[in-house]
Write a protein that binds this ligand. Structure first.
Ligand SMILES: Nc1ncnc2c1ncn2[C@@H]1O[C@H](COP(=O)(O)OP(=O)(O)OP(=O)(O)O)[C@@H](O)[C@H]1O
Ligand SMILES: [Mg+2]
Length: 301
């Protein structure tokens, strides 16, 4: 069994007034093992991005704990340790237009982190590292002097990936990294992420709407619904044996034509009452977890 790189324990992230908060993330727990990809899926507004942003300390979390290599990242006060967390955990964003400054060159974007962390003193070494990163993501060294606005969406996302790699992180949160791209480009970027994972022993939290792509990249999948994780398990298991009604509904919405009837499957409706506040995650099969009350779980199995 691989080591746990990240442990999320009863994480809560609320926004707004204390009396009537928006419970964007409402008590979720999961682990991510070294070298794996955990897919996080669910409809718009269910709390996926907030989960990612809370993990990398963009917020002061409301409650819970996040351990990275066994260390509590929100409790740390040591500057040295915080700097190390910042280096080790990186994020790739959904919109490669909004997330890259169009007036900066690719080289400047990629090397920003070097300077903050004082990695390369010498100009030549720095230039070489930029070239190496551009090549690692399928661009070439001549691209270093071009401005972000001169690149296509797919190329921009490659620059975003190079930026994320620049400090040699071990953990990357990819927040819908392909949803803004043309379908023809999506698979290329996913394949690039897979290749980089192998080469650099990266661990991913891969956030997405698109269930077909998530299945392809993820070892395990967590399904999120209104701030809670309702199902978690190995990717194949989630697809072949979904148990929570919300997961079934989500899967039924994937427009895969049924080869026997040649009809598009109809979406199974889901009613909110099926997520009971009194529920918890139950391990229904080894490594397969489902959220619910005891009686719900009995009914669904
Ligand atoms: N900074 C914030 N302040 C207040 N509310 C917020 C903030 N960020 C997110 N929310 C709310 O928290 C909930 C979860 O948002 P989040 O962006 O995490 O969802 P998501 O699953 O990433 O959605 P999408 O698939 O559309 O990206 C939403 O109701 C959102 O409006
Ligand atoms: Mg989001």
């Amino acid at each position: 069994m691989a080591n746990k790189l990240l442990e999320v324990k009863d994480l809560k992230q609320y926004f707004g007034a204390a009396g009537n908060p928006i419970k964007a993330v409402d008590g979720i727990s999961f682990d991510i093992y070294e070298g794996e990809t955990l897919g996080l899926v669910g409809e718009s507004g269910c709390g996926k991005s907030t989960t990612g942003r809370s993990i990398i300390r963009l917020y002061d979390i409301t409650d819970g704990e996040v351990l990275f290599k066994g260390r509590n990242i929100h409790a740390s006060k040591s500057r040295k340790e915080l700097k190390e967390f910042n280096r080790e955990m990186q994020m790739i964003f959904q919109d490669p237009y909004a997330s890259l400054n169009p007036r900066m060159t690719a080289g400047e974007i990629i090397s920003e982190g070097f300077d903050i962390h004082g990695l390369y003193k010498d100009k030549k070494e720095r230039k070489e590292r930029i070239a190496e990163l551009l090549e690692a993501v399928g661009l070439n060294r001549e691209h270093a002097n071009r401005y972000a606005h001169e690149f296509s969406g797919g190329q921009r996302q490659r620059i975003g990936i190079a930026r994320a790699l620049s400090l040699s992180p071990s953990f990357i949160i990819a927040d819908e990294p392909i949803s803004a791209l043309d379908v023809s480009i999506q698979a290329q970027v996913v394949n690039l992420l897979k290749k980089l994972q192998r080469e650099h022993k990266l661990t991913y939290l891969f956030i997405a709407h698109d269930l077909s792509m998530v299945k392809y990249i993820s070892d395990r999948i967590a399904v999120m619904y209104r701030g809670k994780i309702v199902e978690l398990g190995k990717a194949d298991e989630i697809y072949e044996n979904p148990i929570h009604p919300y997961t079934k509904s989500l899967l039924s919405a994937v427009p895969l034509p049924d080869p026997l009837t040649e009809r598009i499957r109809k979406r199974i409706p889901y009613s909110h009452e099926e997520t009971d506040e009194a529920g918890k995650l139950h391990e229904v099969l080894p490594t397969h977890f489902v959220y619910g009350t005891e009686s719900q779980i009995k009914k669904w199995l």
